[in-house]
Design a protein around this ligand. Structure first.
Ligand SMILES: NC(=[NH2+])NCCC[C@H](N)C(=O)O
Length: 395
């Protein structure tokens, strides 16, 4: 049954929060919501977060000026806003709802975030800045479920600063059922909070124009849950900036004695799940064989399945003014229902055949615009209950 409205405070119908890995039998999951998606707001945090995609994945757009740290046209600091075609939003909604139905049809309890109201999606406001709210679509990014605990991670995008508030009824229910519930320190997130070193040089201009604010405190911790690979009692964390490193310091101290944290550096700009996804103990789906060189030694012994080379024909054709926000490797961002069954994008049958050759069953689902909305099947889902425990898989 798809639960659209949670009865606040009641734990009835919800098992205890328990999710340590990406592969053990899935019982409960949150599926994101794209309702009221309208536009991209090109503020500093957006430009930095999508820097690699903006420069690498939009070949037909002029990209000599990313990131545009001055805030673009108009009043200094006012970010450029770019509308997203309504057809894409409608098709995305159709696909996400279809996937929620597939999951509940397979006996998984599906929870949904509070959907943004279409007419008044609202603003995020802090003393230092404001930004339009982004819908809670890629909910993998800001909530890290580690066993019986959910950690709301320190966000990196201003428009997502309070995204986890939209998961509140769900977290309240797990809390009522005994879960630990933790919020990482929230950054002040002024321009000066960001480590710009990855994005300096090359195509970058006007870095000196990043603005001063009375709320500047220097570099702050900012890290996404989607930078972490969950492997029972081990956590592999991808670090590409000093913002991430501070976030990882926090995670390591918070989890000491319960989980082992392994740092890896610059596997990718941030999220790890279009580079490597574990399919079962001992088996990793990877973007390329080189990914293995950056993983902890114990993981290098695991078998790898290298995802098929992406092919443009697997994606819809987009116009030059459609912003592409993922790499073409996004289809390896699969969701496992158990150690043998993997939800995959139906547009990538080659991946399906490859997984089947390795003994997996696949469930193909439609998700057309994953490149426009920054995430695949793993990104817009958050598994809250699986059977697995905090085992040591890295012995
Ligand atoms: N959890 C996520 N939102 N993951 C999406 C990762 C996409 C990745 N940045 C890419 O361009 O391939």
């Amino acid at each position: 049954m798809t639960t659209t409205e949670e009865s606040i405070g009641s734990a009835v119908g919800t098992r205890a929060l328990n999710s340590y890995d990406d592969w053990s039998p899935l019982r409960e999951i949150v599926v994101g919501s794209a309702a009221a998606y309208r536009e991209h707001v090109r503020d500093l945090s957006f430009e930095l977060f999508f820097y690699d995609n903006l420069t690498d994945d939009n070949p037909n757009r002029p990209h000599g000026y990313y990131p545009q740290l001055t805030g673009g046209t108009g009043e200094p600091g006012a970010p450029r806003r770019e509308a997203i075609k309504q057809r894409y939003v409608d098709e995305l909604n159709e696909d996400v709802e279809g996937i929620a139905d597939v999951l509940s049809g397979m006996g998984v309890t599906v929870h949904r975030p509070i959907a943004l109201p279409a007419q008044r999606p609202g603003e995020v406001r802090t003393p230092a800045w404001s930004a339009p709210v982004l819908p809670p679509l890629n909910i993998r990014d800001n909530s890290l479920v580690l066993g019986d605990e959910v950690i709301e991670t320190s966000p990196m995008l201003r428009s997502r600063y309070f995204e986890t508030q939209l998961l509140k009824p769900i977290f309240m229910r797990y809390f009522a059922g005994g879960a630990r519930w933790t919020v990482m320190p929230r950054p002040l997130m002024t321009d000066q909070s960001f480590d710009l070193s990855r994005t300096l040089g090359g195509n970058t201009e006007t870095v000196s124009a990043s603005r001063l604010s009375p709320y500047d405190v220097g570099t702050e911790m900012m890290i996404d849950a989607a930078q972490c690979l969950r492997l029972g009692r081990d956590l592999v964390v991808n670090i590409a900036t000093s913002n991430h490193a501070l976030g990882c310091d926090w995670l390591e101290r918070h989890l000491a004695g319960r989980f082992r944290v392994h740092r890896i550096y610059n596997l990718t700009d941030s999220h790890i799940d279009s580079c490597v996804v574990p399919l079962r103990p001992g088996v990793l789906l990877v973007r390329s064989a080189q990914v293995m060189d950056r993983l902890p030694a114990a993981l290098q012994k695991w078998t790898t399945i290298v995802a098929p080379e992406p092919d443009a024909s697997m994606f819809p054709a987009y116009d030059d003014d459609d912003l592409i926000l993922t790499s073409p490797f996004i289809d390896l961002n699969v969701l496992s229902l158990d150690e043998h069954t993997v939800l995959i994008n139906e547009a990538n049958p080659e991946l399906g055949r490859l997984l089947e050759r390795h003994g997996f069953s696949t469930v193909p689902v439609r998700h057309r615009h994953r490149r426009l909305f920054g995430g695949g099947l793993h990104c817009f889902t958050l598994d809250t209950v699986r059977d697995g425990a905090g085992e040591d898989y890295l012995m």
